[in-house]
Design a binder for this molecule. Structure first.
Ligand code: C5P
Length: 306
C-alpha cells in the first residue's frame, strides 16, 4: 500500500519462531534406496540451543527479503529459510512480500539440524501468520522436499524418524536431561559421511530387538534410550577425526550417562541427569578454545512462537 493505510487483507505485526537444535539419541543407517538416499531409523530430541526466525508481511505482492546475523550464511534463494518461505507462499497461492530475519546460534556443519529447524520454523510461522490452517502432515510434506530432517522439527520435541527422514512419529520421552554439546572448529558434510559409511560397511545390519521394541512404543524412559544409544556414523567419522572420539571419552569420564556423535557430526554430545554435572563438564571442555561448547536442557515442547 502506498497511501499510508494498512491493507486489511494483510496480517498485522510479525511472528517469531524459535528453531531448536536436535540430537540423535539413536541413529541407524539401513539400506540404500533406488533414489540414492538411505533408509534410516532414528530417535531424535530437540535441545534448547535455538536460532530465531522473525517474519513480517510487508505488502500484498513482492519478493522475499532475508537477512541474517551470521556472515558465513548466504541469504539468497539457496538458503533453506528462503526455500521454505518460497514453497509455502507458492503452495498457498499467496505471493506476499515478506521480510525474514534469521538469528543464528546453532553451529553449522555440526549434525545439529540447524538449517532444517530454521526451515521448519519458517513453515510453522507462515502457517500461523497467514492463517493457512495447514495440518502438521501438510507442513511435513512441504518440508521434507527441502531436507531429510525438516519434517522431524514439526513433531518436536521427540520423535521416531524413519524412511529417508520423512516418516515421523512423535513419542514422549519421560523427563528432562541436560546436554553438553561440543562442536570442533571443522564441520562434516553429511554426504561425505554417508559415502565413508558405505565404504566400510559390509551389508545392512538390521535393527536390534531393543530398537524394534522402542519402535512400537509411544512413551519411553531415558534409561531405555541410554541403554540403547548408538550412531552408525561414529565408526567412519571417528576413523577420520580421532578428536571426536577423544571428546566422547572425556564426556563419559566427566559423568555423562551417554556420549554420542550427533547425526553425521561434527558435534559430540553428552547426556547428564544433573545440571551441575553438565555445567562442570561443559566448563572443562570449554578450556579447549578450539571447541564450541553449549550446556542446555532438552526441550519439553514443540517449536515456540510469539
Ligand atoms: O536431505 P539432506 O540434505 O539432509 O541430505 C544430504 C545428503 O545426505 C544427501 O544428498 C544424501 O547423499 C545423504 N542422505 C542419504 N540418506 C538420507 C539422508 C541423507 O543418503 N536418508
Amino acid at each position: 500500500m502506498t497511501n499510508g493505510q494498512s491493507d486489511p487483507a494483510l496480517p498485522d505485526g510479525s511472528i517469531t519462531v524459535r528453531a531448536p537444535a536436535k540430537v540423535n539419541l539413536i541413529l541407524r543407517i539401513l539400506d540404500r534406496r533406488p533414489d540414492g538416499y538411505h533408509n534410516l531409523w532414528s530417535i531424535m530430541h530437540t535441545v534448547a540451543l535455538e536460532d530465531e526466525v522473525i517474519m513480517r508481511v510487508t505488502s500484498s505482492s513482492g519478493g522475499i527479503t532475508l537477512t541474517c546475523d551470521h556472515e558465513g550464511l548466504s541469504v539468497d534463494d539457496t538458503n533453506l529459510v528462503w526455500k521454505a518461505a518460497s514453497a509455502v507462499l507458492s503452495q498457498a497461492g499467496r505471493p506476499v512480500g515478506l521480510e525474514i530475519e534469521l538469528r543464528k546460534r546453532i553451529p553449522m556443519g555440526g549434525g545439529l539440524g540447524g538449517g532444517s529447524s530454521d526451515a521448519a520454523a519458517t513453515i510453522l510461522g507462515l502457517n500461523k501468520l497467514l492463517t493457512l490452517g495447514w495440518s502438521t502432515t501438510k507442513m511435513g510434506e512441504v518440508g521434507q522436499v527441502l531436507g531429510s530432517d525438516v519434517a522431524f522439527f514439526l513433531y518436536a520435541p521427540s520423535a521416531i524418524v524413519s524412511g529417508r527422514g520423512e516418516q515421523v512419529r512423535a513419542v514422549t520421552i519421560e523427563g528432562e536431561r541436560w546436554v553438553v554439546l561440543a562442536k570442533p572448529s571443522f564441520g562434516i558434510e553429511t554426504k561425505w559421511a554417508y559415502q565413508e559409511l558405505a565404504r566400510i560397511k559390509r551389508g545392512v545390519c538390521p535393527l536390534s530387538t531393543d530398537h524394534v521394541d522402542l519402535d512400537h512404543r509411544d512413551r519411553m524412559p531415558w534409561s531405555q534410550l541410554v541403554a540403547n544409544a548408538e550412531n552408525d556414523f561414529e565408526a567412519p567419522v571417528f576413523a577420520r577425526h580421532s578428536l571426536l572420539q577423544e571428546i566422547k571419552r572425556t564426556l563419559l569420564g566427566l559423568g555423562a550417562q551417554v556420549a554420542l556423535l550427533s547425526g553425521s557430526g561434527a558435534t559430540v554430545f553428552g547426556l547428564f541427569e544433573m545440571e551441575s554435572t553438565a555445567r562442570r563438564a561443559g566448563a572443562h571442555l570449554a578450556q579447549d578454545r578450539a571447541l564450541n561448547v553449549f550446556v542446555v536442557p532438552t526441550c519439553s515442547g514443540p517449536l515456540w512462537t510469539s
